[in-house]
Design a protein around this ligand. Sequence first.
Ligand code: FAD
Length: 544
Amino acid sequence: MGWTTHEVTNQVPDLTDYNLYDADTALQEAVVREGAQGAVAELSDYGRALGQARIIALAGAIDRHPPQLQAYDRRGIRIDEVVFHPGWHEFLALGVGQGLHDGASAARAAAFLMHGQIEAGTLCPLTMTAAAQPILAREPWFVSLLPTLTSRHYDDADVPVTAKRGMLIGMGLTEKQGGSDLRRITTRATPISGDAEGACRLVGHKWFMSVPNSDAHLVLALLDDAPTCFYVPRRLPDRRRNAVRLNQLKDKLGNRSNASAEAEFLDAWGLPVGEPGRGIATLVEMAGYTRVDCVLGSTALMRAALVQAIHHAQHRVAFGQPLLRQPLMRSVLADIALEVEAAVALGMRLARAVGEGASGSLVDQALARIVTPAAKFHVCKRAIPVVAEAMEVLGGNGYVETHDLARLYREAPVNSIWEGSGNVMCLDVLRALNRHPELAEALLGWLRDGSSDNTLRGHIEAIQTELRAAGPEQEAAARRLAGTLVVLVQAVLLRKHAAPEIADAFISTRLPTGGMPGQGPALGTGMSSRATTQLLERAWRAAC
Ligand SMILES: Cc1cc2nc3c(=O)[nH]c(=O)nc-3n(C[C@H](O)[C@H](O)[C@H](O)COP(=O)(O)OP(=O)(O)OC[C@H]3O[C@@H](n4cnc5c(N)ncnc54)[C@H](O)[C@@H]3O)c2cc1C
């Protein structure tokens, strides 16, 4: 056929071959501020590696080709294997090579933030492995495996961990009858008589168990009726597969590159981790790490959506002008950029606080214990409308699966649901305030010290009585309290570290006088043109 119906014009080129770190002013500043300046060159290398066209395309491919359960082999023998697209392993190799499975620090958080902008599914095993480390490191029987757990070599071989160069850990808590209320678990552990290390046989199930092919899972089971944490390896030292059956994989809205299984334990072998009967406390400690990663993961989704939206607006012409030059579109994009600025500042500060652990200052401990669950609630929820708004910048193309925004939008709700859903986080904030009044006071002092303007001071005064009196009677209002607290922490961080126009824009739009903090009208409804220009320049230098 020698004819065409039309020429293709005004379509936007793919955004590829860019350096995620070098293009991100807010992240660069936060890295230095939070003490990770020594990692700048490495972070820039990682940003370049992630931004390559081939890697970006691979992330799309592993979303379109989710893992498959191969329950039986061709002879009909049960094998319970999960087959992944090769790209899944490549992203894990990248993440492990960068140390995303190892510890909590500002440098790791920055790399995590970049990884999540390109591929979010692999963040799950990386975060769970990092969170399991401090807990397993305390077990004398695990000491010989620590170098394997911290190694930067990704090894997907299905062999006992003693024969591996690297390993990943998953978590199995949630059962059919309850995931938030872990006291309702029914999986039982029975001690193996005469076993010197206290090994048990586990019988029961887990309703969600992500990355089922991990080298081991930390599993919650009842030992003498008390929830206890167990280390349940995939392969036993004699190479046999542990008795963990995978019934099926979840057909998920997003997070599709990752596998989440329904599993059963048929006398599976497990070793107790931590004190018997203190399993929930052990896993709550792990959650302190995974929750900050949820904040970073959602920030990454917002940042990825912002970058795509600005890139689109730069190239797409409507009514005679690129969208990026149209005042109303600039307001929308700048407001998304403002949300990302605030989320980056908060996530990086929290990562440093969590990384300090028990040796951190009272303020660090307050940020880790009180603000992290609040941020997990607020930032993960904000990602949903923010990504939706960025999707709309692409018009109809944004809604189509061949564009990355659709994948980002499907991914957006998951961080709010797992690792403690929104309400559970807000109740945890009340619990932390109630149990640790000294941390609440340290936090209030830090907020007051950082608020040089009357508006901020007024909001802090308004919230301090509630923070001091937090208790079960405030449950109904816990979302408002947690959300307000996060917005105040973000406002203080921006007031301290951002340009005055940017802090002013955040405070006037997210802390409206008499309104509900952080839950204002649609994005793009009120910001000075100076703040708009600054935010867009900082968000994506190439565009402005
Ligand atoms: C993609 C994906 C992967 C997952 N991977 C894993 C995994 O690897 N390992 C694992 O153990 N789990 C995993 N989960 C499970 C997840 O952690 C749970 O679904 C989550 O913790 C909520 O538990 P639930 O589903 O039982 O809901 P429920 O506990 O029934 O909660 C339902 C709703 O009620 C709210 N709620 C609960 N209690 C209260 C209360 N007192 N007051 C007010 N509201 C309340 C919750 O916030 C939630 O919104 C995964 C989930 C998803 C979606």
